[in-house]
Design a protein around this ligand. Structure first.
Ligand SMILES: [Zn+2]
Length: 325
């Protein structure tokens, strides 16, 4: 029976197993970014400016009201780009550097793992990224990566009154494709009713097929939703022990959404991961030295100048967040 509360003195069985583990897979959800100030929409009541956030994250919503959906994603881009990677992102990045047979499958679209210095070849962002935008024309395949502009058009500048209803921005003031000129751009995230990117899924399958798996880390996600749930089962079939790290582990019989987990660490993964991964990654000082100053964040303002990061306190708690859409 795994224990529920995180107790650093009682994590020695995990640490012993970690030291013996070669092939490790981590599954990450919104909880990974919680202490970076990015709340989940589910956790925030599921609302964005009176709208059900989940209902805005569909192709149908975008077709029906692109102005509203673009304002929603602009708010999420601004929150994500203003946030900073936390020690959990850094710990996973360091484990990746130390162990080339460790892969991370993340449902997060906030881009904080890449900014933490996580080796990209070991990172599978299966739900896309807020910093990716792509053309919606079926005749055009233009995709732009690493677009960190706070406002893609002047009309999408950060809202000053987040309590009021979003304004009805004319279609002509939304982002359009610079290549074909006719297609409206859309966020490069995977919406509900859309399929996950095949190349990433194949890459994960290739890795899981390569042999036994020693350890599966389920971080900041309940493990009840696909693809997380499916990958946990694959890891277990390959012999992996399972550790769950989450704020929301409770006493229900499913143990945080993972049946028969071997370890349950309840709490903020920004505190827990640096501790339990410590035998491999060392102290956080060592982690920062290992990773260097990785967050050379290329954010730009609408005028194109660099963002000075003097007041980077994440968001203001109004509910803009990331992790689910
Ligand atoms: Zn285009």
């Amino acid at each position: 029976m795994p224990y529920i509360e995180h107790d650093p003195t009682n994590s020695h069985t995990f640490k012993n197993h970690l030291l013996k583990s070669k092939r490790i897979l981590a599954l990450c959800g919104a909880g990974l970014s919680a202490s970076s100030g990015l709340a989940t929409f589910r956790g925030a009541g599921g609302l964005w400016r009176t709208h059900d956030a989940m209902s805005l994250a569909t192709p149908q919503a975008f077709v029906k009201d692109p102005s509203l959906v673009w304002q929603f994603y602009s708010a999420r881009r601004q929150a994500a780009f203003s946030a900073k990677p936390n020690p959990a992102h850094l710990a996973l990045a360091a484990l990746s550097v130390k162990n080339k047979d460790f892969i991370t499958v993340t449902q997060n679209v906030d881009g904080l793992s890449p900014r933490a210095g996580h080796p990209l070849e070991q990172l599978y962002p299966v739900h896309g990224s807020l910093s990716t935008i792509k053309c919606t024309s079926i005749f055009c395949s233009y995709t732009e990566y690493n677009n960190f502009k706070m406002a893609l058009t002047p009309a999408l500048a950060p809202a000053t009154d987040v309590e009021s209803l979003p304004p009805n921005i004319p279609l002509t003031e939304l982002p359009y494709c610079p290549k074909c000129g006719v297609g409206m751009m859309r966020p490069g995230v995977v919406w509900f009713n859309e399929t996950l990117p095949n190349d990433l899924l194949e890459g994960i399958d290739d890795w899981t097929d390569q042999g036994p798996i020693d350890l599966c880390l389920v971080i900041g996600t309940t493990g009840k939703v696909w693809p997380a749930a499916g990958y946990i089962e694959i890891c277990k079939e390959k012999g992996a022990k399972v550790a769950v790290i989450n704020m929301e582990i409770d006493d229900d019989p499913h143990l945080g959404g993972v049946k028969n987990a071997d370890w349950l660490f309840k709490g903020d993964c920004a505190q827990i991961l640096p501790d339990i991964l410590g035998p491999i990654i060392g102290s956080m000082d060592e982690v920062r030295t290992l990773l260097g100053d990785t967050d050379t964040f290329p954010a730009t303002t609408t005028s194109g100048g660099p963002v000075t990061d003097t007041n980077n306190d994440g968001n203001d708690g109004t509910g803009e967040g990331t992790g689910y859409y």
